[in-house]
Design a protein around this ligand. Structure first.
Ligand code: ZN
Length: 145
């Protein structure tokens, strides 16, 4: 590859709309790899921009970085399986969230003075939502500052 086609880390960051530290992190995670180093500084091939963009899109739909690495380097046609599994997880989380929301809506509609005595919360006959770990995990992540 000729040197003019190579990109400095700042150029990859700017072209893909992320910060330099994100590009560095993706490199350390093995999601992108510099073609060489010049004076200790990383030089990337032009495909680094599309890879970074892919990683951002895949993160935006909730894939883990480990799964994204598999998706990026997939040469055995495994990606449909990973996408299907992730769809199943997301649908389970959606169902869990809907259950949690409808329980809270029901509680909110109630006119009890003390929530701790509300029939919707204390009656043994009412179904109790058991959200999956994934649903709780996504809530916890959003709660972080
Ligand atoms: Zn009530």
């Amino acid at each position: 590859m000729n040197a003019t086609a190579e990109l400095a880390i700042g150029q990859v960051a700017e072209a893909s709309g992320v910060s330099v530290s994100v590009v560095r992190y993706y490199d350390e995670f093995g999601l992108i790899t510099p073609v060489r180093r010049v004076g200790g500084k990383r030089r990337f091939g032009p495909d680094a921009v599309s890879r970074v963009t892919f990683v951002r899109r895949a993160q935006a739909v909730g894939f883990s970085l480990a799964d994204i690495k598999t998706l990026l380097d997939d040469q055995r046609g495994r990606w449909p399986e990973l996408v299907d599994q992730h769809l199943l997880d997301l649908r389970q989380r959606r169902d869990d969230l809907n259950m949690m929301i409808s329980t809270l809506e029901q509680l909110r509609r109630c006119a009890c003075e003390e929530v701790a005595r509300c029939e919707h919360m204390v009656s043994a006959d009412e179904p109790i939502a058991h959200p999956s770990k994934q649903a709780l995990g996504s809530l916890t992540r959003q709660d972080r500052p």
